[in-house]
Design a protein around this ligand. Structure first.
Ligand SMILES: Cc1cc2nc3c(=O)[nH]c(=O)nc-3n(C[C@H](O)[C@H](O)[C@H](O)COP(=O)(O)O)c2cc1C
Length: 265
């Protein structure tokens, strides 16, 4: 026998309020027909997330949660969404009543209520500080790892060594070009020694990368020396013929390169 299910259409406002209070995220409703789009309702979780009581904030615009380090660009996106009556999800750095910052994943929706012929905005605030600080830590680590993989060793005012280690893909080359051009621009180095001893595979990427770097340094009035390749190999290798044509100097070791530079000055 089929069970009959009766849906009640008479769920009271009070019941809905209670349900919304149990939602595990802050909920606010604002009324854009009033001056400055103020808060007309907040749930219990909003008080927990922000530290403010409903009494303190009812009638205010939600921007009181923003502070010194809140991204103005992200706030502008919210402003635009409100103007265009669009929904949006943004991550904003907000501040609790005690001044402690937290990352707020704000989902904001325009909701039209036909029975009132009126538009409201609903905001759902989720504290995502834990996830955000993980992301920030991961980004810092990535940046540090990439700096470690392309270190610069200035050994005099005019000479800088760049020891390359591991595998170099096109992404790492891009980083090397950018860092070298910024470095030459700031330091006026005349000679760059790129040591390839730690390179696992002298593949096409490395080959074209060195040629491009040579060109870049030439334009900037600096010079490239490559070490870590035996001069005999450099002379015999068909692949390295391009380097010879461009008159890139080779040395087996950094030590020998430095001696070579000293002898020619
Ligand atoms: C329903 C709703 C919820 C909002 N919740 C937040 C919030 O939790 N944190 C915040 O920084 N801004 C929030 N805002 C955005 C601000 O109220 C305001 O719209 C924003 O700062 C852009 O306007 P302004 O440039 O005039 O300040 C919310 C806006 C609406 C409409």
């Amino acid at each position: 026998m089929e069970r009959e299910i009766h849906y009640s259409t008479k769920i009271s406002d009070a019941f809905f309020r209670q349900v919304i209070d149990y939602v595990g995220a802050g909920v606010v409703i604002t009324d854009p027909s009033l001056p400055d789009n103020p808060i007309i309702y907040t749930n219990k979780a909003f008080e927990t997330v922000t530290g403010y009581t409903t009494k303190e904030i009812i009638g205010q615009n939600c921007r009181f949660l923003q502070g010194e380090k809140t991204s103005r660009e992200e706030v502008a996106k919210v402003r635009k969404a409100i103007e265009e009556e669009q929904s949006i999800i943004v991550e904003l750095l907000n501040y609790r009543k005690d001044g402690k910052p937290f990352w707020n994943e704000l989902s904001m929706y325009p909701i039209f209520v036909p029975s009132e012929d009126k538009l409201y905005f609903v905001g759902v605030q989720k504290d995502v500080s834990d996830r955000k600080s993980e992301e920030i830590r991961a980004d810092d680590y990535k940046q540090e790892a990439s700096l470690l993989s392309t270190p610069f060793v200035p050994i005099s005012e005019k000479i800088c060594i760049l020891p390359l280690v591991g595998n170099i893909n096109s992404e790492r080359w891009e980083e090397i070009y950018q860092r070298i051009s910024a470095h030459v621009y700031d330091h006026d180095e005349e000679i760059f020694i790129m040591d390839l001893q730690g390179i696992k595979d002298m593949n096409d990427d490395v080959h074209s990368g060195i040629l491009r770097l040579h060109k870049l340094l030439q334009v900037m009035g600096a010079r490239l020396i490559v070490t870590g390749i035996e001069p005999n190999t450099a002379k015999a290798s068909v692949k390295l013929a391009d380097f010879r044509k461009k008159q890139i100097s080779f040395y087996a070791t950094v030590q020998q390169a430095l001696e070579g530079i000293r002898a020619s000055h």
